[in-house]
Design a protein around this ligand. Structure first.
Ligand SMILES: C[S@@+](CC[C@H](N)C(=O)[O-])C[C@H]1O[C@@H](n2cnc3c(N)ncnc32)[C@H](O)[C@@H]1O
Length: 247
């Protein structure tokens, strides 16, 4: 079963405690511990599985963020296009990579995440990243804004005036990447998140909550969830863009 091991000094202790019951409900059948000391991490009972945590500031990923042409990333071309400083909702934050690409390319991003464990890992990744001024300096508008735990649609029910230019949606689909390392990392992430079975209905709902467009990421060989205005091709995926006419 899920266990907790939290330092009494941890800055996110109260957030962890407020999401503890939800985590216990969702992960009663999982054999891991949420540990919160220097960082928040998921430590598996099986010693062969490495602990899982989110780190925005080091490794291959951080290098790519720093050195890639910001607008050459397909997600930035699809979501930002020619707009200057658009307000973007990332409705499926995950480990926050797409949000960071978009924010570093000039968007002002608000991230939403409905998995309580992923939300806590993300909140911790942001806290630790904020301590690294060299990393933060990559972002004209600071780091993306992590919104309160929950979904974008639940948020707009309470905040009716909040209307971003673009909503980005990247629900969970099976990993295709070839490298063994990526596979392992993705397998662990999948074991925490599972499948997003409600993607189709949720995507349709999103169409009513963007000013300009909704962008949906899909695997390379998958059809768009429903017919789109146009598509931008990425490496192992495509970004289907839906012009929003109603707003
Ligand atoms: C494929 S991952 C997103 C990866 C992300 N684009 C990134 O770059 O790290 C999907 C994530 O969205 C979350 N999610 C799925 N549907 C959601 C919804 N309706 N509202 C909030 N979060 C959602 C899942 O819990 C999961 O963490």
């Amino acid at each position: 079963m899920l266990k907790f091991d939290i330092s009494s000094q941890h800055p996110l202790r109260s957030s962890i405690l407020s999401l503890q019951d939800k985590c216990l409900e969702m992960f009663s059948d999982k054999n891991f511990t949420l540990k919160a000391y220097d960082r928040i991490e998921i430590v598996f009972d099986d010693p062969k599985v490495s602990p899982f945590f989110i780190d925005w500031t080091s490794g291959k990923w951080a290098w790519r963020l720093k050195h890639s042409g910001k607008h050459s990333e397909a997600v930035a071309r699809a979501v930002i296009g020619k707009h200057k400083d658009p307000v973007v909702v990332d409705a499926t934050a995950g480990v926050g990579r797409d949000s960071l690409v978009l924010q570093s390319a000039g968007a002002v991003v608000s991230m939403f995440e409905r998995n309580p464990l992923v939300w806590l890992l993300l909140a911790d990744a942001k806290e630790r990243a904020l301590e690294n001024s060299e990393f933060v300096d990559n972002f004209e508008h600071g780091l993306p804004n992590l919104m309160p735990y929950g979904t974008y649609i639940d948020y707009v029910k309470e905040h009716k005036d909040f209307l971003p230019d673009v909503v980005y949606f990247d629900p969970m689909f099976p990993p295709r990447e070839k490298s063994a390392q990526v596979k392992k990392e993705m397998q662990v992430f999948h074991s925490i998140v599972g499948k997003d079975e409600d993607s189709f209905a949720y995507a349709q709902e999103l169409m009513h909550h963007a000013k300009r467009r909704v962008v949906i990421k899909r695997p390379a060989r998958a059809e768009p969830l429903f017919p789109c205005s146009y598509s931008v091709d990425g490496k192992a995926c495509h970004f289907d863009c839906y012009a929003v006419l109603a707003n």
